[in-house]
Design a protein around this ligand. Structure first.
Ligand code: PLP
Length: 386
């Protein structure tokens, strides 16, 4: 059997934790009822699993159970939040503010709304990837209906000042949405303290499975109106119809619970691995760190490398290390990352970038191997290009 490459693409997705899989199993094999069937045991069993899961996820962000709307993931949650607000608050205004470094699942719905006549402001970021709060405040107008700023970036790992952004939006009475797909289970989240009105979540970035996530929708002070984007049986308070996928939802909650139980030790461990890798790579000339080093996810390292061709570098690394340049969702295209471009990089430097995403199952032995192999590969490529 050939050795599989070391997996360092944990911002794209993660390996399912065996504990998540075992929590899900009975809901595939035994408790297969429809949670909406309220006339028999099969339905009640499934409903009990959903209720427990909803409670765990609500508590994880200091929300109420009724404020959690299950979706197929963060992409759908972002679409529901952005289009749902645009439709529900249309008569109040048609201006939305977001940021150039957002995930495509925020940018694309906003661009779609532009085609319908909404006005979208895509704010730039500072060199370290963080949003200037004064710039945000200056851009809020009387017809602004929504501000959407992600909690943690999926490419460069920077963590925005969500609490301050929430306070600005609350003061100006504008609804605030945050995409927390990369943040849940990795940094503490509290929708009350952070003044968040809508929050997108997903399971598969924290060792849950793909295809399940949620949107938190604030129910009081203020009560957020939202136009549903999928109509049908009226599940999830009518915000998102469709039979709930009990095993996925139970697994999602288990993934959140494990991540929160281990958050401190795991962050400390991942940070040590990350810092080791950065210290090794930074010994080379012409290596630039993308994104703020302090205000950053523990498991993220994103660097740009002078004097190498981006695609040649990825090709040379891929037999030993599974990682990507930019985000997984845009890496099929040959376009440089829009996030790195927003940091001010030219096309070729943005392309010559590596995103290392460290996860729960990575070990120091792996990181040492990755550091050595990456240094060796960069040196070889640089020599051959002169
Ligand atoms: C992965 C990711 C998404 C998409 O989530 P899915 O559950 O795969 O739809 C959205 N936003 C961010 C920041 C992400 O990292």
């Amino acid at each position: 059997m050939i050795d599989r490459p070391i997996y360092l693409d944990n911002h794209a997705t993660t390996k399912i934790d065996p504990r998540v899989l075992s929590a899900m199993m009975p809901y595939f094999t035994e408790y297969y009822g429809n949670p909406s069937s309220n006339a028999h045991l099969y339905g009640w069993e499934a409903e009990t699993g959903i209720k427990q899961a909803r409670s765990i996820i609500a508590q994880a962000i200091n929300a109420e159970e009724a404020e959690i709307i299950f979706t197929s993931g963060a992409t759908e949650a972002n679409n529901l939040a952005i289009k749902g607000i645009a439709e529900a608050y249309f008569s109040k205004g048609q201006h939305i503010i977001t940021v150039q470094t957002e995930h495509k699942a925020v940018i694309e719905p906003c661009e779609y709304l532009q085609t319908l006549g909404f006005e979208i402001t895509f704010l730039p970021v500072e060199k370290n990837g963080l949003l200037d709060l004064d710039l945000l405040a200056q851009n809020i107008r009387s017809n602004t209906i929504l501000v959407s700023v992600m909690t943690a970036n999926n490419e460069i790992g920077v963590i925005q000042n969500i609490k301050q952004i929430g306070a600005i939006c609350r003061e100006k009475e504008v609804i605030f949405h945050t995409d927390s797909a990369q943040a849940i289970g990795k940094i503490p989240l509290d929708v009350q303290k952070m003044n968040v009105d809508l929050m997108s979540l997903t399971a598969h970035k924290i060792h849950g499975i793909k295809g399940i996530g949620a949107l938190y929708v604030r129910r009081k002070s203020p009560r957020v109106k939202l136009a549903s984007q999928i109509q049908g049986g009226g599940q999830e308070r009518g915000f998102r119809s469709g039979t709930l996928c009990t095993p996925q939802i139970v697994g999602f909650a288990q993934a959140v619970q494990i991540a929160l139980q281990e958050i401190d030790t795991e962050n400390q461990r991942q940070k040590q691995l990350r810092d080791y890798l950065w210290q090794k790579l930074n010994q080379l000339e012409g290596i630039y760190l993308n994104g703020d080093l302090q205000q950053r996810l523990a498991g993220n390292l994103n660097i740009s490398i002078d004097g190498v061709d981006g695609s040649a570098l990825l090709l040379a690394l891929q037999s030993k290390i599974a990682l990507s340049s930019g985000s997984a969702c845009s890496s099929t295209s040959t376009k440089p990352s829009h996030v790195l471009k927003a940091l001010g990089h030219c096309d070729s430097l943005a392309k010559a970038s590596l995103r290392f995403g460290i996860g729960r199952f990575n070990t120091i032995e792996e990181i040492k191997e990755v550091a050595d192999f990456t240094v060796k590969t960069i040196n070889t490529l640089r020599r051959s290009s002169f």
